[in-house]
Ligand binder design. Structure first.
Ligand SMILES: [Zn+2]
Length: 352
């Protein structure tokens, strides 16, 4: 039973193992570590390992804690789903098998291990009243660094810009941490594909800028590496209204040539097109059987596949240009959850 997540002092740099697996193994459960800053009256929160198979944020935290950190303000590092991450093989389980996804538990009912932990994290954030919160995640496919949030305010876009210049304005109600945090500007950052060095580097660089900046929302401030700390106007805001899913009972295969026993074959390098515009007339796959095996559900749950895709013989062809993100090329994940999301660029409210 998890009643609360007490904040304790972070281990000294010399006590942080050089091997991240040793650090993970030394953790008995979720932790909230405080690193004292120059200005002790303010605090920022970084959360990671909400998903056990998304280690970049954890690796960045380990590296940063080992470096002898001297943050501008107090920083509280929350390492959440240690249990899922520690399951062998480590860093391969999104959640503990058979149990809920922690990042779907933040809107209640706060029951079970994941629900109680979600409640404890929310209580902690409310008590700390941080000036900002950043939640670090990885994708399963190739994506550039981008932020996700529920409202593109200048503060949220500014936080996003510390890591990258793309922001997904999500309207989905999933029960993610970000949907439940209201005490401070907060953003989820997807730093790239799990296991890729570029994702680990992006997490560490962004984390370092976030914790070392004297002031987060100052347009004149630059990080040591020259990146602007608050640059909301340059962030490209994309609205995420639709998710592409496979029709129930249909079979999906990811391959470069059409498969005889698949209802839908999609190219296995499709994730190279994340955030690109897919032009009208492009072929996005091959189809067998009747009709279109793809559904495109908008935020009202209506299927709009006919507006975007059409059959031309065995090919599935694009009817109007769209920008896909979070394309997954793992056929099992795609069939169970979602193949990709479609986004539209919107006017950036922070731009003057
Ligand atoms: Zn995640």
């Amino acid at each position: 039973m998890i009643d609360s997540l007490p904040v304790v002092d972070a281990p000294a740099p010399a006590d942080i193992p050089a091997d991240p697996l040793s650090l993970l193994e030394a953790l008995e459960g979720p932790v909230a570590w405080r690193v004292r800053g120059r200005d002790r009256t303010r605090v920022r929160v970084v959360t990671t390992l909400r998903h056990g198979n998304e280690p970049s944020g954890f690796l960045a935290m380990q590296e940063w804690l080992r470096s002898g950190p001297a943050p501008a303000v107090d920083v509280v590092c929350v390492i959440a789903n240690v249990e899922a991450a520690s399951r062998h093989p480590v860093f391969t389980h999104r959640m503990v098998p058979g149990r809920p996804d922690l990042n779907r538990c933040f809107l209640g009912p706060f029951e079970g291990v994941e629900g109680e932990l979600a409640r404890a994290i929310l209580d902690l954030v409310e008590e700390l009243k941080p000036e900002a919160l950043v939640d670090l995640h990885n994708n399963t496919g190739h994506n550039p660094v981008y932020g996700v949030g529920v409202e593109p305010t200048p503060e949220v876009l500014g936080l996003c810009s510390i890591f990258g210049l793309r922001f997904i304005w999500s309207h989905l109600t999933l029960g993610a941490l970000l949907e439940a945090v209201s005490v401070c500007p907060a953003v989820t950052i997807e730093v790239g594909k799990s296991g890729e060095e570029s994702a680990n580097v992006a997490a560490l660089e962004g984390l370092t800028r976030f914790v070392e900046a004297e002031r987060l929302f100052d347009p004149d401030l630059r990080a040591a590496d020259g990146v602007a700390i608050h640059d909301p106007e340059r962030v490209r805001v994309l609205r995420m209204p639709m998710r592409a899913m496979l029709e129930p009972g249909r079979r999906l295969v990811m391959a470069t040539v059409p498969h005889d026993d698949a209802d839908l074959t999609m190219p296995d390098d499709l994730d190279r097109h994340n955030f690109d515009v897919v032009e009208k007339g492009s072929r996005i796959g091959w189809v067998r059987g009747e009709g279109c095996p793809l559904r495109l559900l908008d935020e009202h749950g209506e299927d709009r596949a006919d507006e975007y895709f059409e059959r031309r013989g065995d090919e599935l062809v694009v009817r109007q240009p769209f920008t896909p993100i979070m394309i997954t090329v793992d056929a099992e994940v795609a069939a169970a959850d979602c193949l990709f999301y479609i986004v539209h660029a919107v006017e950036n409210g922070a731009a003057s």
